[in-house]
Write a protein that binds this ligand. Structure first.
Ligand code: B16
Ligand code: MG
Length: 232
């Protein structure tokens, strides 16, 4: 006689009102801030400006142009429009030298597992990043195919805290903002999510991201159902 042990009833899953997860890139999926720092520091040194890791915190989530303005304000130094553009290009060249060396080992802990869980649930995934190098970075870390939509610094005219990047991501996925959740590590990104009338999960600490709906230290060990319940 065949004995089949009855399996325990499965836990009811959290009733989710979330149909799209929108991820910031730098500081959420991969830590590219350390490479931005090295490239900005090199440019600052050329200009005779002392640039510290504390200064670098001010550039997180900020566009390339706005970042250079902040670096120059530390001088303070004024550049002609042509020199300004040349400085942007030099910094980006050095940054790309680092980015062209990275691989999947740079994905932050737990991110790949969490992304897979989201997709397995049929929830859309989108990238919403200020970076103009986002596609290259996703290619390098082998995550390009894990997103239904990629909205980056090339696709938007208004930087975070303007909600444009996240609204475009939601639109590209065909999901209304109220059913989207944004994962962000920068204060300007949290404000952009709130301005888009989306839920926001801050990835980091309350001193910077206190306005997010909930906070996580990172994705390692993060359960999708538990997180969705916190957002319900
Ligand atoms: P790029 P995110 C942002 O990425 C970075 O946090 C920020 O430091 C950087 O200046 C910005 O991208 C632009 O990057 O020079 O590559 O265009 O956090 O929005 O994913
Ligand atoms: Mg970021």
């Amino acid at each position: 006689m065949l004995h089949i042990r009855p399996t325990a009833p499965t836990e009811p899953t959290a009733r989710t009102m979330i149909d799209c997860c929108i991820f910031d890139l730098d500081g959420v999926i991969v830590d590219t801030a350390k490479y931005h720092f090295l490239a900005w520091k090199r440019l600052a040194a050329e200009l005779g400006i002392n640039f510290t890791e504390t200064d670098n915190e001010r550039l997180k989530g900020v566009s390339r142009v706005e970042s250079l303005k902040i670096v120059l304000s530390l001088g303070p130094i004024t550049l002609s429009p042509a020199d300004f553009d040349a400085a942007l290009a030099r910094k980006n060249g050095w940054y790309l030298d680092y980015i062209n060396q990275i691989g999947p080992e740079e994905i932050l802990p737990g991110v790949a597992v969490f992304l897979a869980a989201v997709r397995a649930r049929g929830i859309k995934t989108a990238l919403g990043s200020a970076s103009k190098n986002a596609r290259l970075i996703l290619e390098r870390i082998d995550l390009l195919d894990e997103f239904d939509a990629i909205i980056d610094g090339n696709a938007v005219s208004n930087a975070k805290p303007d909600p444009e990047v996240f609204l475009r991501a939601a639109q590209a996925c065909g999901i209304v903002p109220a059913r989207c959740v944004v994962f962000e590590d920068a204060a300007a990104g949290v404000e952009a999510a709130l301005n888009a009338r989306m839920k926001c999960v801050g990835v980091g600490s309350a001193d910077v991201l206190g306005r997010a709906h909930t906070l996580i230290p990172g994705f390692a060990g993060l359960g999708l159902d538990a997180l969705l319940a916190r957002l319900a």
